[in-house]
Design a protein around this ligand. Structure first.
Ligand SMILES: N[C@@H](CCC(=O)N[C@@H](CS)C(=O)NCC(=O)O)C(=O)O
Length: 231
């Protein structure tokens, strides 16, 4: 069997999405960290055309793009699948995986917004996402499509985890005010064993350090608006 190596950055939600799928499917893998603020090694640039993480190394070969990595894991791993066998349901799940990944944009821009006006406008984008998710989430849960944990849950867990942390720092943004079912789902997702095992144990501390401008020893950046809320 090939050796799996996940090329990673500790706070990257796309890396976390791949790690959750590996964990949920019970695939053993090693993690290699890249400092995205330093010159990236040539071997990495050869595998990742945009120089982005994650890359999943399978032996000597590499796959980039988190959604494609997760489909490869889905196609090759033993055990319970995370996509439906039915082509229509599978297409529906793929579409929601794309939707879930899109939530990372406003979430990241909210994390690094410099002032309250910028933060407020990104928070509005997030609230619109929350309202749409609330309308499409299975009424009984526990997961997006009901009883079965799917790649939609995998893809949305990283941004929702960050949004729960942001909500705790800045409740006045009311990110989940009109999405109580999404909040409960987010809380369940964060407690899922595959999500728990998908990051470094001190990921929340590292998240706070990042907001305060200390995301990398090679950076010297002022705290974002949210970082200033963290004190
Ligand atoms: N569409 C990509 C996005 C990956 C991505 O944006 N990764 C970020 C870190 S979270 C990155 O490597 N950024 C480095 C850069 O843009 O130079 C995926 O889903 O894998």
């Amino acid at each position: 069997m090939s050796r799996y190596e996940l090329i990673s950055f500790d706070l990257c939600p796309f890396v976390q999405k791949a790690a959750i799928a590996l964990q949920a499917r019970g695939v053993a893998y090693e993690v290699t960290y890249i400092d995205l603020y330093a010159e990236r090694p040539d071997w990495f640039k050869a595998l990742s055309p945009y120089g982005k993480v994650p890359v999943l190394k399978v032996g000597d070969r590499g796959i980039f793009e988190s959604s494609v990595i997760n489909e490869y894991i889905e196609d090759t791993a033993e055990g319970e699948p995370l996509f439906s066998a039915d082509p229509f349901e599978r297409a529906h799940e793929r579409a929601w995986v794309i939707y879930a990944s899109d939530l990372n944009g406003p979430t990241y821009r909210l994390m690094v917004a410099e002032d309250s006006a910028e933060a407020g406008s990104e928070a509005e984008q997030v609230r619109q996402h929350m309202t749409r998710l609330e309308a499409h989430l299975d009424a009984d849960g526990p997961w997006f499509k009901g009883e079965t944990f799917t790649l939609i849950d995998v893809a949305v867990a990283p941004p929702l985890q960050r949004l729960l942390w942001i909500d705790a720092l800045a409740p006045k943004l009311k990110l989940f005010a009109k999405a109580p079912k999404v909040r409960a789902w987010a809380t369940r997702l964060v407690a899922h064993p595959a999500v728990q095992a998908s990051t470094v144990p001190d990921v929340h501390d590292r998240f706070l350090s990042y907001l305060k401008g200390k995301g990398s020893p090679t950076r010297d950046v002022a705290a974002s608006w949210l970082g200033r809320q963290a004190g």
